[in-house]
Design a protein around this ligand. Structure first.
Ligand code: FAD
Length: 385
């Protein structure tokens, strides 16, 4: 049953929304109400993602966010009573130009300064660690990087853990409720309108992933977040070892990781256009698989298990929009541009701090605030897939 009012409303039950619900409830932030339009939680971007977790970013803020978030995932089974299938198999970036090598060497220096011991690998070491990869396929691989504490976790388990514990702490999390608008009066939030009626609230957190911009527009905020289709193919088991690193051919935005003995592979279509497209583009699948087989020839013997499309929630600088918006009582936690799952735990914590304490403090998120678009001060994340 939809209550007539709440202290805080969260729009969206993906990893961001449920993590925020848990952290707000844990802080004793009052009545917390999360509204999810689908019949289940975590069926948006979160449920369609590849489950990769990594520290290897080009900006300090992302390295800090991931470091804390991955530690939270490590403690998850104990703290949240939910296993998340954490697999520290590493993330192996394959690089194919001197320019990329120089960029990544710069990133590695930054990562080292923050305690992230990423290694730079030569071709021989890559061949040893990733024997299924053809390094000579075009573009020829000249080197790479790896960090042993990067890897994989299960998105659905993370979502379920937060839902269970948020409810246990007294938060109300509802499915099948679509928020149709954010209601404001005299420059401040007063609640939301839904397909099941109105709910009043003094604070609203917008965590609607790729669907965030049209909702922000109902509060007269121009949120630069666009949905962009990305696709995944999973094979039947091929005898792939569980410790195979998450491998990314960076130039082609082509990646592979272990998935129940088979391979999960994705490749970003550089010509994809924004839109709520959730059907699989089979033409792109053919292009993707052609490149995938060249880079990982064992895939020529693979049988298709399943494939799907999902939506990235993309911002102009590939950085999320976090914290208070220019409408009092309205907050955003969205726009992660392809790497949000791994940052869900820490971003929920930060949003609880922002709402309860008036300012997020575990990590300084000032460069991720909405104001950067008004001041035109963007510091893009370059290590995006
Ligand atoms: C193919 C693919 C691969 C990816 N791989 C990775 C990866 O390896 N690692 C990684 O960290 N990230 C990855 N990502 C990105 C990651 O999935 C997202 O950044 C992250 O899940 C965003 O979480 P969210 O909670 O903001 O959004 P979502 O999970 O989309 O949640 C938003 C929720 O809001 C709900 N909603 C929307 N509108 C309304 C409304 N009007 N009323 C009520 N509810 C509403 C939606 O139904 C949805 O459940 C990938 C994404 C895709 C698509």
């Amino acid at each position: 049953m939809l209550p007539p009012s709440s202290d805080i409303i969260i729009i969206g039950g993906g990893v961001m929304g449920v993590s925020a619900a848990y952290h707000l409830a844990r802080r004793g932030a009052g009545q917390v109400l999360l509204l999810e339009k689908m019949p289940f939680f975590g069926q948006g971007a979160t449920g369609r993602c590849a489950g990769g977790i990594r520290h290897q970013f080009s900006t300090e803020v992302n390295i800090r966010l991931s470091s804390i978030s991955i530690q939270m995932l490590e403690r998850f089974p104990e703290e949240m009573e939910q296993d998340v299938d954490l697999n520290f198999c590493g993330y192996l970036f394959l690089l194919s130009s001197e320019e990329q090598m120089a960029d990544f060497e710069r990133n590695v220096r930054l990562q080292h300064s923050l305690g992230v011991e990423t290694e730079i690998l030569d071709r021989a070491e890559i061949a040893r660690r990733a024997p299924l990869i053809d390094l000579d396929a075009e573009p020829v691989i000249i080197g790479g990087t790896n960090y042993h504490r990067d890897g994989l976790a299960d998105p659905n388990s993370v979502v379920q853990g937060y839902v269970k514990q948020a409810r246990r702490l007294g938060a109300t999390l509802l499915t099948d409720v679509t928020v149709t608008s954010i209601r404001t009066e005299a420059g401040r939030v007063i609640g939301v309108e839904t397909d099941k009626g109105e709910v009043k609230a003094g604070a609203v957190l917008l965590a609607a992933g790729p669907w965030s911009a049209p909702l922000a527009a109902t509060a007269d905020i121009d949120l630069p977040v666009v949905p962009l289709r990305r696709q995944i193919v999973v094979t039947r088991p091929l005898g792939i070892p569980r410790d195979m690193p998450f491998i990314i051919d960076f130039a082609q935005s082509l990646y592979f990781h272990y998935e129940t003995g088979g391979i999960l592979t994705g490749m970003s279509n550089p010509n994809e256009t924004p839109g709520e497209k959730l059907d699989v583009d089979q033409e792109w699948t053919l292009v993707h698989l052609e490149h995938a087989v060249e880079r990982m020839p064992i895939l020529a013997q693979a049988q298709l298990l399943t494939q799907w499309a999902g939506l990235y929630e993309v911002t102009p600088d590939h950085q999320p929009i976090l914290g208070a918006l220019p409408v009092e009582g309205l907050y955003a936690c969205t726009g992660f541009s392809g790497h949000g799952f791994m940052q869900g735990p820490v971003c929920g914590l930060l949003m609880a701090e922002e709402i309860v304490d008036g300012r997020a403090h575990t990590v300084n998120i000032d460069e991720l605030r909405y104001e950067r678009f008004i001041k035109r001060k963007l510091a893009p994340e370059k290590n995006v897939v």
